[in-house]
Design a protein around this ligand. Sequence first.
Ligand code: CU
Length: 508
Amino acid sequence: MDNRSYQVMRTEFAPLNGVRTTGRRHAAYELFAGSARRLLINAGVFFWAVLAIASLAACDTADEAALDTPAAAPLSIPALLEPAFDGAGVAHYELKIGESRHDYGQTALTDTFSYNGMSVLGPTLRLRTGDSVVISVTNELDEVTTTHWHGADVPAEDDGGPHSLIQPGTTWIADFDVIQPAATLWYHPHVHGSTAEQVYRGAAGLIIIEDDNPAAATLPATYGVDDIPVIIQDKDFTGDGQLDFAIDEGDNGKLYTTLTVNGTINPFVDVPEGLVRLRLLNGSQARIYHLSVEGAGMTMIASDGGYLASPVALEQLVLAPGDRAEIVVNVGMESAALVDSRLGRVLELRPNGSASGTGSLPDKLATIKRISASEITVDRRFDMDDERNFWEFGPRWAINGAQFDMSRIDFRVQLGDTERWTLSGDDGQHVFHPHQIQFQILSINGEPPPPEESGWEDTVLVNDERKVVIVARFNTFAAEDIPYMFHCHILDHEDLGMMGQFLVIDDE
Ligand SMILES: [Cu+2]
């Protein structure tokens, strides 16, 4: 139990310290309840193991079919939203979220949410490091929303969290400088309690940040041609062709069974032969993808926060909700396919006979200086757990025993500090995502991270087999009153309260 409290070197705050909703239970009862529950869990594990072996056998067939059956529909490519520059050189973008209808090939057009009149999702925002940007977001929905820039290092008031509500018929303006390097980020609503549903209905879009990194000049970078946005979401449909939405409070959140990429079911994309870049975003409510490429090699070049130090050849890539990864696929004369181990083909890459302008990848992509242990001034722990009692009563998902409360600040970070956070979860799958920062992973289960997780990250998978220690510098923005969120990016868990708030303050 001692591992549930923060260990804070700085002797301050930590209102979550040691507080647990289930903390009043008698120790003997806890022991009994614990072993009884574990017996049940073990029986469950056996059942699921049998099921997993059966489904793995089924998956082999799905993978083989990935290349044999041609994909059905051309991949939809979200429009690119280029800025309008004013006289002062400020880049202006306009987003309008509203109701729309999309053709998923169902029995009827499907009611969706989207930005800027698209049938689903939103345009891709292209930003440039060093730019000052103003993004206005007008809410044309009948319900309140927000727009959060996931992965962006921006002031708290421009972050678009649950405090920055955009009422129907009103406009909210975010105004910030792009101070981070090239990366693939994304935007989506963040209203507490309806984030999962708004994202599921289609409110999400990519953000591409470009910079002057010379390595970029040698990479595929023609949007929609050899630089392809790949927003992966799972959906279910009702008999009358509408989106079937549910919140699942279970360990994994709600898993739907129909894959969509950029809103297209069973898509192919015509690409040149040679190197093709895929900007992968897991925009799903809860599903974790295990991706591989059939018919070609896969090399990862960027994680959440930008380029890796060097390209990393991968057999399989795990993409949790909220995660991004940029991969490069060397497409030959035959089709290749991005494949998920459970749901089969995600996207067919079909060579169109032209040649990609890019021949080979650079050896080095970016300089990623590891944050040194000597910089660390504060340690914290984040335990992401099921807090129900043995009889399964009480609130379920919490961080350090506390559920989300808009009026409570969970901790304060001093501007300029470097903090080490230990993330663990004994029950279920969780995806830890702090706003504002890009962090480095120090260790996973005590071991250094693999190369694909050694770059900048803002989203990381945590479960009882993955205890993760991360480190981050808080040296950009401070505000006395507006908090940043930290939460589980399995959106069911987030909406059910697995979220907290921190302030970055300048007290020195
Ligand atoms: Cu979770």
